[in-house]
Write a protein that binds this ligand. Structure first.
Ligand SMILES: Cc1cc2nc3c(=O)[nH]c(=O)nc-3n(C[C@H](O)[C@H](O)[C@H](O)COP(=O)(O)OP(=O)(O)OC[C@H]3O[C@@H](n4cnc5c(N)ncnc54)[C@H](O)[C@@H]3O)c2cc1C
Length: 389
């Protein structure tokens, strides 16, 4: 058995936050990343501006995630809420700003600065990271786990899988974590594109490519009923229709497993447009993956598997996805931190230091909680609403 407490597989948003958090606790940690550099998807976030979170309360965030993701994430969001996330970044030297729609960005509005912060903190906290280290297999051993990469084998008592979903596979997330989870006895919910645009008949976009409608409402209609509502931007692209209102609608389509549906776009001034999409864009073009390791087999209080003790999951490898606006990074960061807290507790570390009081004294100013965002999961009507005003 090696003297490593924790091996983190994946150096994306969740893996980097987990590594830094493990460093805060003084855990002997190794992060393994397939790509030559970590955080490839992080660098793409928010058009490279990195929408870190949404400035709303954790309760509202739980509502916005909807069933079943919200209730599962509630303990993680409570332990590391959107406001705590902002304080954490500020306390570590990267202030954040709240922009339109309560979207929170680093004040420099550069994703590269977020990645640099993480890699600097890993270095400062003596956390090892091996890049170009694609993990091939993960096996349970008598005392923990054996992790085999192309070039070396490492063992540790605890492993955190943070290998992401399957969207944008060129960034390194290709579904390896879900495969290992399956082999270790877990259920993996089928992958579907979340936060993607829709392909449509050519006549829908003809003569309008490039047109942007800034504030629309979209009703997702199925069997004559409104089953979901979103609000935001509507864009006509050369491949179909997109923009935040439409990408959020695609998540509803995926979550409700809709086959026969239409999108009614309220353009304002009494003008409506009804679209019957051919299909959602491919998962490779989606911003998130709906599906992943089944939430019922993971303890939401600790992120430990109930099937395989000592194995933890964080981020999009889980069947976790949220709307546009910083929800997905918030989920990745919060699950990573809660998982590491549990490993720390089991390794006898003083976990309360993860949620240092001094951070709260450095609260960022501005940004009223919840202002500008309305969300409601109207379970009675079975209607998931995602409203961004
Ligand atoms: C274009 C785009 C823009 C986005 N913008 C935003 C935004 O502004 N705000 C927001 O909240 N969300 C945004 N998202 C979603 C967000 O990026 C993801 O939800 C988040 O990155 C998930 O983090 P993760 O760590 O779980 O996975 P990832 O970031 O995908 O990281 C997984 C890591 O694991 C590594 N890995 C995989 N398999 C192995 C293996 N076998 N061995 C070793 N390493 C491995 C990968 O190389 C990768 O680095 C965006 C997504 C896209 C595609």
């Amino acid at each position: 058995m090696s003297n490593t407490d924790l091996i983190i597989i994946g150096g994306g948003a969740a893996g980097l936050m987990a590594g830094v958090s493990a460093g805060e606790l003084g855990l002997k940690t190794l992060v393994l990343e397939r790509k030559a550099r970590p955080g490839r998807k992080l660098l793409m976030c928010g058009n490279s501006r990195c929408n870190l979170t949404t400035n709303i309360s954790e309760d509202r965030m739980v509502q916005m995630f909807g069933e079943p993701v919200g209730p599962f994430l509630a303990p993680a969001l409570s332990a590391f809420s959107p406001s705590m996330l902002q304080r954490w970044f500020a306390a570590n030297g990267l202030k954040t700003v709240v922009k339109t729609g309560n979207k929170v960005y680093p004040h420099t509005e550069k994703a590269a600065d977020v990645l640099t912060l993480f890699t600097d903190l890993l270095r400062d906290r003596n956390v090892s990271m091996a890049c170009s280290a694609a993990v091939q297999t993960l096996e349970k051993t008598k005392n923990g786990f054996r992790v085999t990469t192309d070039n070396f084998v490492v063992e540790s008592k605890y492993v955190l899988i943070a290998t992401g979903g399957v969207s944008y596979p060129k960034t390194g997330s290709v579904g390896d974590g879900q495969e290992w989870a399956k082999r270790l006895g877990h259920t993996v919910e089928p992958f579907k594109p979340g936060l993607a645009g829709f392909e449509v008949e050519p006549n829908v976009i003809k003569g309008r490519i490039g047109k942007i409608y800034e504030r629309v409402t979209v009703d997702v209609l199925s069997k004559g009923q409104i089953v979901g509502q979103t609000r935001g931007v509507f864009e006509i692209e050369k491949w179909g229709v997109g923009g935040t209102a439409l990408t959020d609608a695609s998540r509803i389509v995926a979550r409700l497993n809709l086959k026969d549906y239409r999108l009614r776009v309220n353009l304002g001034d009494g003008k409506f447009e009804e679209i019957r999409p051919l299909q959602t864009r491919s998962i490779k073009e989606a911003m998130v993956t709906v599906g992943g390791v089944a939430l019922g087999e993971i303890n939401g209080q600790t992120l430990e598997s109930v099937k395989c003790p000592g194995l933890y999951f964080a981020g999009e490898v889980l069947d976790v996805d949220g709307p546009t606006g910083g929800y997905n990074l918030q989920a990745a960061f919060a699950t990573a931190r809660l998982a590491v807290a549990d490993v720390g507790r089991r390794c006898g570390k003083k976990v309360s230091s993860l949620w240092k009081k001094k951070h709260s004294k450095r609260l960022l100013r501005g940004g009223t909680v919840e202002g500008g965002v309305r969300a409601e999961a109207d379970r009675k009507r079975g209607c998931l609403q995602i409203m961004r005003l």
